[in-house]
Ligand binder design. Structure first.
Ligand code: LFR
Length: 488
């Protein structure tokens, strides 16, 4: 029989990838190691329509189909067989469908400020304490519950989360993947079901599709999609941890040691893997989230700001004609002494795009610190304000990671011995070292493409290519981890 392969569609806020995954046969007891071939990459980002931020879902879907077409061409050559497709994206956002199942408008993007006005109304109907006791989610102004409350008229409409919307377009099946449902705050963390109490409180109909768990199947490709992409119509779309963070944490290459993780990309998701949610008042007050992971695990974590701060600074500097290579910026930042100013990387004032260097400077000044004036040349071609700003971002992230991990450990009664950093941030040596220094714990960095690996491994298990729990999946992760020891 022809060898089986899986396809991961892995889409982040700034880029998307379509990846073929292969899992060579196990030798003896050890499972094979997952191999990945990226067949398509595309940029992603929010588009502004009439002053509000949206995702161009149709354009994303067109890119997904181009990626599937590229994958089909590869397997035609190699004689392999695609068994399934898995999709993961960021969480909380959704598309609204009309009675005919047509997308009504481009989905809103979570960085849009439209929820600000409705948050007090939602909390008036259901207190933050009650909301937390049900959903166990960190308060973030973009949680789906506030976004839905900001919608004008929901009568007769249906909603699908972004990965589910793409799965719907590929298969025709309407389902809601469970790990992503757990990020809506419309979901009961203990019952693992939609919460009528929350829908009633915001006066919205329960307009989401039935749940589907990672490993279950949405359905086979629609014949039109098979024809368009050149894939076999028997190929199925399988639910994975469709929330990218769920997939990333499934691919933390943890061994036996008690571990903490940072999924470090546009956001930094910092926390622990637990068996049960922590829904205490202390946990709510500390603003920790209990999101659902693969195999019913709980991701007990906090959103700490992320590389978004750096992405936005480099974008602004490029627009000012002061664009610099990331490696040069990080090199200049690393050369600065420790002990510079730090800000709260997760302050809500950093959520929206634009003017990031200015907003950081203001936050530093508000804290009594100072950043050098712009632009004062350093020898390296990087301006002094840029080096100091980048250093401030990385110091702030490391300090945020350390504070969140200390709190999570205390609230959950855990004692992690090692921190795994996965995602793009795992390549940032300065961030990894400063995290080890700030926490006093060793940092193990990698894999970079954890989300895609977690996505593919859940599919591989659904296809019977690998058996067992998360530890077995993790044993198949391709990574050459780099270790950082604390130095201060
Ligand atoms: C990371 C992530 C976070 C979520 C944020 C918004 O990509 O999915 O887990 O809080 O994006 O959806």
């Amino acid at each position: 029989a022809s060898p089986s392969v899986m396809i991961a569609v892995d889409i982040g806020a700034s880029s998307g990838r379509v990846i073929i995954g292969r899992l060579p046969a196990a030798s003896g007891q050890a499972p094979g190691t997952l191999e990945m071939e990226v067949v398509h990459r595309f940029p992603n980002g929010v588009t502004e329509i009439d002053g509000s931020l949206h995702w161009d879902a149709e354009a994303i879907y067109a890119q997904v189909k181009s990626g599937l077409e590229a994958a089909a061409a590869v397997v035609r050559q190699s004689g392999e067989r695609v068994v399934s497709i898995g999709i993961d994206t960021w969480a909380v956002d959704y598309g609204l469908l009309d009675a005919e199942g047509q997308l009504i408008a481009p989905p809103h993007a979570y960085r849009d400020a439209r929820t600000d006005a409705v948050i007090p109304t939602v909390h008036g109907a259901l207190s933050p304490e009650r909301l937390y006791a049900i959903g166990g989610l960190q308060f973030l102004p973009f949680n789906t519950v506030y976004q839905l409350a900001a919608e004008e008229d929901l009568a007769g409409k249906r909603a699908l989360m972004i990965p589910d919307l793409l799965a719907y377009w590929l298969t025709g099946a309407e389902r809601t993947e469970e790990t992503n449902a757990s990020t809506t705050a419309l979901f009961d963390a203990r019952e693992v079901a939609w919460s009528d109490v929350v829908f009633d409180a915001i006066g919205a109909p329960q307009l989401f599709a039935d749940l589907i768990a990672p490993g279950e199947t949405y359905g086979a490709l629609r014949p039109e999609v098979a024809a368009e992409t050149g894939l076999d119509p028997a190929v199925t779309v399988v639910a994975v941890g469709s929330h990218d963070t769920a997939s990333a944490v499934a691919a933390v290459p943890a061994g036996d040691a008690e571990f903490a993780y940072v999924s470090s990309g546009t956001w930094s998701l910092v926390g622990l893997e637990l068996d049960e949610p922590v829904l205490t008042e202390a946990s709510r007050a500390a603003n920790f989230t209990n999101e659902r992971g693969v195999d019913g695990t709980i991701r007990y974590l906090q959103n700490v700001g992320g590389l978004w701060l750096l992405q936005e600074c480099t974008r602004t500097w490029a627009e000012e004609g002061r664009g610099r290579e990331l490696a040069d910026l990080l090199g200049a930042a690393a050369a600065l002494p420790a002990g510079g100013p730090v800000v709260d990387a997760n302050a809500s004032g950093f959520i929206a795009p634009n003017d990031m260097p200015q907003r950081l400077r203001a936050a530093v000044e508000a804290g009594g610190g100072e950043l050098p004036a712009a632009p004062a040349e350093l020898g390296s071609g990087v301006d002094a304000d840029q080096a100091a700003t980048v250093r401030c971002i990385v110091d702030s992230l490391a300090a945020g990671y350390a504070a969140s991990l200390a709190q999570a450990s205390e609230l959950a009664g855990k004692h992690p011995e090692v921190i795994h950093i996965v995602g793009g941030g795992s390549q940032n040596t300065l961030l990894c070292q400063l995290t080890a220094d700030a926490t006093g714990l060793p940092v193990v960095a990698g894999p970079v493409e954890a989300t895609a690996q977690g996505n593919l491994l859940v599919q591989a298990r659904a296809a019977g290519l690998i058996k067992g729990g998360l530890n077995r999946l993790r044993a198949a992760i391709a990574v050459d981890p780099v270790r950082y020891e604390p130095q201060r």
